[in-house]
Design a protein around this ligand. Structure first.
Ligand SMILES: Nc1ncnc2c1ncn2[C@@H]1O[C@H](COP(=O)(O)OP(=O)(O)O)[C@@H](O)[C@H]1O
Ligand SMILES: [Mg+2]
Length: 599
């Protein structure tokens, strides 16, 4: 099992070990192909028919030429049948190819859809730790590349590599049967040399291709980063500096491109040389045979046409070879994502959590995010059903961690957390999370309208419910002041609404979720005292009759709590109600005095 704190980079550094997993990749992809048996078989038939048409074309051409050659037949005639046949073959080979693509497109696209969805679901099943460690941009790139890789691999393996090999063999057999085995030997030798040369040169060239791609993407990244920091650039008058840096990237891109082009020149000219060499030798042999009357001019044209046809698909071999390797790596990266086990799992016999009152008990809880730094130490905590319990303590004491543990985003190292007598590790995660609603410390919104963001609390909520939630969360005045009302878009991550507005949207969401247990994590920290009063009101209305955990920054908001817990370095140092704690003259009394002074 991979340690959750030491995430391995999923992308392998190079493709050197690709072959190890190729089988696994194919085993994985096979069912997706086979799900469309009929289509796959039809596509194969279309492919075979197209190849047959292609193979017949030079033969038809030979007959056309021989029919108009006066040295063979004194009274030449127009070979109408062969001419029409030739035309039909030409059309057929292209048309059947299109039919094949149309048939098979559905198969690859369905596979891309199914696999993409599977990865997406899997990503949501992975733990928070994984998501905090990984850049979201990187993951989505992995998925995109992986699904594209699937499409490429399926199409090119089935319709390029395999049929081309079959075609080569057929041509060699035709040559051997119709003329002499020497033509077959030369063809096969030329193809073998060609393939070997292409693979070796492509391997050598990979470095330059990669350099060029890297230069391309780092130039882009640099430009975007610079533009994103537009304001900062202006604040420091660094336009020239930015331009210079950008130009340095552009310059390295230019050199990388140059090297890339030179290596491509080597590849293409080498390939052309091999083809030209083989064709010249065969043409010399054929021309000699024509002079010796062992062959017709039609035969010569046929040999030439076969060779030209044969090397057309081989022309792409370098590209196809490189892309297939890349596709395999990309697919493997994506499959590696899929194979990554979720760290937080339901136990085999997990039952849904049954909340009767909402009584929460923490016993001797030890917890650490990283093995080398313990966050909670033997924490004991009782939250009685239906009461409001406040947690206070300095920043970094572990308050938000408590909320994450209750949601079971992480498993505790030892001890237990029970809700109504059921250990949260023994119930289903889905039922557990359904029972708790939270206004998180940092509310992140979807880039959609305010109303949609609120409705996210319960996608099945009626319009009336949503309106009531808006009212209860004290959002009405704000929304009516907006020209577009609740249809106003909130911008990426909700950056276009203020902190307080965001928190009230979060409260409205929580109202719609309607869970028996509520958590407010510093729901008023970003607010001035006027807005704070509005939110505290909203919170009070929402919390009535439910078990509520309030993580508080400003003590004035929790004076009325049934119990206040003071958390220091991951343990409870004091607990009691406001008055009891003041009489203790301890940590809480100190904090209270300090906050009074500030105000
Ligand atoms: N995902 C994480 N990985 C490692 N350490 C973390 C992680 N999240 C929080 N911490 C650390 O745990 C401690 C408690 O964090 P938190 O519960 O968020 O504090 P607060 O009491 O301010 O809400 C902090 O020192 C913080 O740096
Ligand atoms: Mg916090």
């Amino acid at each position: 099992m991979r340690g959750m704190n030491h995430p391995e980079p999923i992308a392998k550094k190079n493709g050197a070990d690709v072959s190890v997993n190729v089988q696994e990749t194919f085993r994985y992809l096979w069912p997706y192909l086979w799900a469309f048996k009929g289509r796959v078989i039809l596509a194969m038939l279309a492919l075979i028919a197209a190849k047959l048409a292609t193979l017949l074309m030079p033969w038809a051409l030979k007959h056309v030429i021989d029919s108009v050659d006066p040295s063979i037949r004194p009274e030449v005639y127009l070979p109408v049948a062969f001419l029409i046949f030739y035309g039909l073959l030409r059309f057929g080979s292209v048309f059947l190819g299109e039919i094949r693509d149309a048939l098979f497109g559905r198969v690859t696209e369905r596979a891309m859809r199914n696999i993409g969805l599977r990865v997406f679901k899997h990503l949501h099943s992975l733990d928070l730790a994984f998501h905090l460690d990984r850049a979201t941009g990187g993951i989505s790139r992995d998925i995109e590349r992986g699904t594209n890789g699937i499409s490429f691999l399926m199409r090119f393996l089935m319709f390029n590599i395999v049929p081309t090999l079959v075609e080569i063999l057929s041509v060699a057999i035709i040559f051997a049967v119709a003329f002499s085995y020497w033509y077959a030997v030369i063809t096969l030798a030329a193809v073998a040399i060609y393939i070997a040369f292409t693979i070796i040169t492509t391997e050598w060239r990979n470095r330059f291709v990669r350099e060029a791609n890297q230069a391309d993407s780092s130039t882009n990244t640099r430009a975007i980063d610079s533009l994103l920091n537009y304001e900062t650039v202006k604040y420091f008058n660094n336009e020239q500096y930015e331009a210079d840096t950008y130009d340095k990237f552009l310059a390295s891109w230019e050199t990388a491109k140059l090297k890339n082009r030179m290596s491509l020149l080597t590849l293409n000219s080498g390939q052309a040389f091999i083809i030209a060499g083989a064709m010249t030798v065969m043409m010399i042999m054929a021309a000699n045979s024509v002079i010796a009357k062992e062959m017709t001019i039609g035969d010569l044209a046929m040999i030439n046409a076969y060779m030209i046809q044969l090397f057309i698909p081989l022309n792409f071999l370098g590209f196809v070879y490189r892309e297939i390797r890349r596709s395999l790596t990309d697919i493997e990266n994506m499959l590696a994502l899929l194979k990554r086990p979720a760290q937080i799992l339901d136990v085999p016999a997990a039952q849904p959590l049954k909340v009767t009152n909402g009584n929460i008990i923490w016993r001797e809880v030890d917890f650490s995010y990283n093995p080398d730094r313990q966050i909670l130490h033997k924490l004991n905590l009782t939250i009685d059903a239906g009461t409001k319990v406040a947690i206070v303590g300095s920043s970094g004491a572990g308050k938000s961690t408590l909320a994450r543990l209750l949601y079971r985003f992480y498993d505790i190292n030892s001890g237990s957390i029970d809700i109504d007598g059921q250990n949260i590790q023994h119930v289903t995660q889905d039922s557990l999370r359904r029972a708790i609603a939270i206004v998180p410390q940092d509310t992140v919104l979807f880039n959609s309208s305010i109303r949609e963001n609120i409705a996210y609390g319960n996608p099945h909520a009626s319009d009336a419910d949503i309106d009531r939630a808006i009212k209860m969360a004290h959002l009405e005045t704000f929304i009516t002041s907006l020209p577009q009302g609740d249809q106003t878009l909130v911008g990426e991550r909700g950056l276009k609404v203020s902190g307080g507005e965001k928190q009230r949207i979060a409260i409205a969401r929580v109202l719609l979720k309607n869970s028996p247990i509520l958590i407010f994590d510093e729901a008023t920290s970003a607010l001035d005292s006027h807005s704070e009063a509005a939110i505290v009101d909203a919170m009070r209305e929402v919390a009535a009759g439910r078990t509520t955990l309030v993580i508080a920054h400003r003590l004035s908001t929790i004076v009325d709590a049934d119990k206040i817990i003071v958390l220091e370095n991951g343990s409870v140092v004091e607990e009691g109600n406001h008055n009891q704690l003041l009489e203790l003259h301890g940590r809480y009394a100190q904090m209270w005095a300090m906050q009074l002074q500030e105000e």
